[in-house]
Write a protein that binds this ligand. Structure first.
Ligand SMILES: Cc1cc2nc3c(=O)[nH]c(=O)nc-3n(C[C@H](O)[C@H](O)[C@H](O)COP(=O)(O)OP(=O)(O)OC[C@H]3O[C@@H](n4cnc5c(N)ncnc54)[C@H](O)[C@@H]3O)c2cc1C
Length: 393
């Protein structure tokens, strides 16, 4: 399998798409620009300055499937032609008031229903803080007693989680539950474990998300394996490095506690590899959904599959990347016969701005991903130019 094959990686993109993507990644490589954008964009939108069309033609076009169901499903169909499956997500972030949570649940369930007539959407997803208040997750995590109204509120949150899992079960699709900041995660873990016990008796229907940049997560995977063996259920794990490093470190500082995060990138990578190896040696019990843009991590799994002569279509082995990132991984893995799933966020441009800002932040020159994207795009444009020249001569 060749992750450098750009012909396959960008088969869906026209020359003009590639040139636009090149421009976009070149711009967002500047951290100061992204820092400025993350403050200015929400402000401009609040003032109703009409910047949505500009966003739609740039960041949105590159990182989002569309504004609604129709565009999203068209993209799902185009991806399936390259053997790439999808999962779609209405990508609004943190809803603060309880009032919005029921509406959010409805929207989530509606998104799940896209899977009804499609085998190209084998997973659905929800973000816990779209179904429950952050303060409540935090209080439960700190094991503080809940007031009677809070107890009722938590029951409603648990009910919303349950409804999502019931819907996934009915549709026979697997469900991913996103991971959040560590101080919210204990309450989420507690609930998701209950759901895995209930729904994962014969298949790994429910997938928790484990962030390996956290120091304590290897022990957590070990605990899950022990419980699953003892109580006879399957585990679903979306394995990621983790997205909230700045927030985590700030939280630890402001609360005078040690950070939950590994002290540096090397330590996080080492922890990730240990978690990954542990899961790979327990694929009978654990379904692995590997969410990463790190090529070494992907190669590690591929090497394991080859060495142990596992099927590339092992039902407990899935790879996933975000739409607009690392197409070289997604499309080359799919072509080689592995099960790959693209994450497709959608929604009205104004509502997905926080998601777009996070993607831009992830691609600055500090975090380093854009340089790789730019190099691959340049390589493909050069290849196409040489091909045209050869055909003309
Ligand atoms: C399909 C998919 C689903 C995802 N779902 C979630 C989710 O539910 N929750 C979530 O939190 N994230 C999620 N992410 C994002 C993910 O956690 C990473 O932030 C992102 O993928 C970058 O990590 P990487 O493995 O792709 O690549 P890399 O570029 O190799 O790693 C970057 C990551 O390394 C870690 N890191 C970087 N510097 C340091 C440092 N100094 N110290 C310690 N660690 C460091 C951080 O986690 C950083 O994001 C998801 C990603 C994908 C692809």
């Amino acid at each position: 399998m060749d992750l450098e094959n750009t012909e396959r990686a960008f088969a869906m993109k026209s020359d003009s798409d590639l040139r636009q993507a090149h421009g976009l990644f070149s711009l967002i490589a500047f951290p100061w620009l992204i820092r400025l954008g993350s403050v200015v964009l929400p402000f401009l939108l609040k003032l109703h300055i009409p910047i949505a069309p500009l966003l739609k033609a740039t960041l949105f076009k590159h990182f989002c499937a569309g504004t609604g169901k129709k565009e999203s499903l068209q993209l799902v169909e185009r991806l399936s032609k390259f053997k790439v499956s999808s999962y779609v997500h209405y990508a609004t972030e943190a809803i603060l008031k309880e009032k919005g949570m029921d509406a959010s649940l409805e929207r989530t369930l509606e998104t799940f229903s896209f899977s009804k007539n499609s085998t190209d959407l084998p997973f659905v997803v929800f973000k816990p803080t779209s179904l429950g208040r952050m303060e409540l997750f935090e209080k439960i995590g700190q094991q503080k007693p809940l007031s009677p109204p809070e107890q009722q509120e938590w029951k409603r949150v648990v009910g919303r989680f349950e409804k999502c899992c019931e819907a996934a079960e009915k549709l026979s699709v697997n469900i991913l539950i996103d991971a959040e900041e560590s101080w919210l995660q204990d309450a989420i873990d507690q609930e998701v474990l209950m759901l895995m016990r209930g729904y994962n008796k014969s298949v790994a229907r429910v997938h928790t998300t484990v962030q390996m940049y956290r120091k304590d997560r290897l022990a957590y995977i070990e605990l899950l394996i022990a419980l699953a063996k003892q109580e006879n259920f399957k585990i679903g794990i979306k394995l990621v490095r983790g997205a909230y490093i700045d927030k985590e470190n700030k939280y630890a500082q402001s609360h005078g506690i040690p950070s939950a995060i590994c002290p540096n990138k090397n330590a996080a990578d080492e922890n990730f590899n240990k978690g990954l190896d542990l899961i790979l040696t327990h694929l009978d019990t654990i379904s692995l959904f590997l969410g990463t843009h790190n090529e070494d991590s992907v190669k590690r799994v591929v090497a394991f599959v080859e060495k142990n002569k596992l099927s590339k279509q092992h039902p407990h082995l899935w790879f996933s990347q975000l739409y607009g990132m690392s197409d070289n991984i997604t499309f080359n893995l799919a072509e080689a016969g592995f099960q790959t799933v693209k994450y497709l966020p959608f929604g009205p441009v104004r509502e997905v701005v926080p998601y777009l800002i996070r993607r831009a932040e992830e691609n600055t020159s500090v975090t380093g991903h854009s340089a790789r994207e730019i190099a691959l795009i340049k390589k493909e444009l050069k290849r196409r130019k040489a091909l045209t020249a050869a055909q003309e001569s």
